[in-house]
Design a protein around this ligand. Structure first.
Ligand SMILES: [Fe+2]
Length: 291
């Protein structure tokens, strides 16, 4: 297994997304969560309650920043004011890396607020990698790009999604936030084998993994983050851990949010895959589960 310079924690650990409905429980019960993921855009403000709450969280927990509006695949340069505010927050949180999505979502200053899939072309590889490099150089911390769920594809794509991801991260020299639920969702929507995707990932670049639940409809899956993780996604996760080694893992639960204890219990199911394997029998057991 290759050394992973993108795993800045140098440990694995399980986290959950920091959500406002859980604040009271966290402050009163001080649960033993390894780390929280915060949505950067919720805290890119000059002051007020959001930052006061964040500072209280940071008194006790590590936090990692995750963004939803960088749009690495959009054609225009990142907004300078957005980057400046983001860097201010990066310095406040001391996040060990920063993640955002491998997608586009804005054109000529109009923002869709969606994470739209890219055409997997060589031109998009070059332009997307250049934007990631620019952001990474400006923020002065490692950037990890996340694969998105998708519901449409471009006929002029020249490679698979996983080939595209590999080419982008190699040119940008950045990390990967591997979302195994997104891989599963897209594999059903676009009819490919999700194991092929996980097997092709450059394991030494995976900084973090996302797990989540989704909603299945008759002809497609919608990535709703409002259910527990299904068994086929756990199997993809097991394969990812087998390839990448213990990796910081985060459960996303963004809608119909249950109690803190329910979310944390679901996230902790990841620990059965993260525990170092000690005997050949344990390795065989995990390999059997994964494949
Ligand atoms: Fe995700």
């Amino acid at each position: 297994m290759a050394a992973n310079r993108f795993n800045a924690f140098q440990t694995h650990g399980v986290g959950i997304g920091l959500r406002i409905p859980h604040y009271d429980h966290i402050f009163s019960h001080k649960p033993a969560v390894d780390w929280f993921e915060i949505i950067s855009e919720n805290y890119m403000v000059d002051g007020g309650r959001p930052l006061r709450m964040l500072d209280r969280i940071m008194d006790q927990y590590k936090v990692v920043q995750h963004g939803v509006s960088m749009y690495f695949g959009s054609s225009q340069a990142p907004d300078r004011e957005h980057l400046r505010r983001l860097k201010t927050l990066v310095r406040r949180t001391r996040t060990p890396w920063l993640s955002d999505h491998l997608c586009w979502g804005s054109i000529d200053g109009t923002y869709s607020h969606d994470l739209l899939p890219l055409p997997y072309t060589w031109e998009a590889v070059e332009k997307t990698a250049a934007r990631i490099r620019l952001v990474q150089d400006f923020l002065e911390i490692p950037v990890a790009v996340e694969n998105v769920s998708s519901y449409a594809a471009f006929t002029d794509s020249q490679m698979t999604e996983w080939e595209f991801l590999n080419e982008v991260v190699e040119r940008a020299d950045c990390g990967i936030l591997l979302d195994v639920n997104n891989i599963y969702v897209s594999s059903v929507n676009h009819d490919f084998d999700p194991i092929d995707y996980v097997n092709a990932i450059p394991a030494e670049r995976v900084a973090q993994i996302h797990i989540a639940g989704h909603t299945r409809y008759e002809k497609y899956i919608l990535d709703t983050h409002d259910h527990p993780v299904i068994e086929p996604v756990w199997q993809l996760y097991a394969r990812a851990i087998e390839r990448c080694g213990p990796t910081p893992t985060l459960l996303e639960w963004d809608d119909l949010i249950p109690t803190f204890d329910e979310v944390w219990a679901e996230a902790r199911k990841a620990e059965r895959y993260l525990k170092p394997l000690e005997t050949p029998a344990e390795h065989q057991l995990l390999a059997g589960v994964a494949l």
